[in-house]
Design a protein around this ligand. Sequence first.
Ligand code: GTP
Ligand code: MG
Length: 153
Amino acid sequence: FERTLVILKPDGLQRALSGEVLSRFEQRGLQLVAAKLIRPSAAHLKQHYWELRDKPFFTNLVTFMSSGPIIAMVWQGTDAVAIGRAIIGATDPMDALPGTIRGDLCITVGRNVVHGSDSVESAKHEIDLWFKPAELVMWERCCHDWVFESPSS
Ligand code: GTP
Ligand code: MG
């Protein structure tokens, strides 16, 4: 199974969107395997956003992301990374389609409510950065076969 790291950003939590955001992943059919409410340090966020270090908005991004608590989550399922990105929508909410989290719930790129890993590779790296292996919970979900068709032989 594939996994993706999703973060409810400080704006999402402040705006009481946590239930709404979690519902969208849950209702689509992905499975929650880890979650924690934390206030991340600037140092941790610099590691998380290392690839964006030369961008003009980098400092603002790190300051904003460390400005309050966030919820870090790991969601699991077939194509979890791509499905997660589709649920979230385009980076700039002005370009995000209605029906996506960013298309429905926010307006500006610097307050876009959620983070989602952008590839299977970066998902692995990000999950390692935010969670210890023991924090990932293995559990059988009763609706598994109602969401995922088993591959035919
Ligand atoms: P994440 O899921 O949060 O990683 O967003 P993304 O993958 O859609 O975008 P990217 O990784 O390129 O950028 C990370 C975050 O930086 C975005 O979610 C925005 O909050 C912020 N960001 C990206 N581009 C801009 C920009 O042009 N201006 C500003 N102010 N912020 C930006
Ligand atoms: Mg990104």
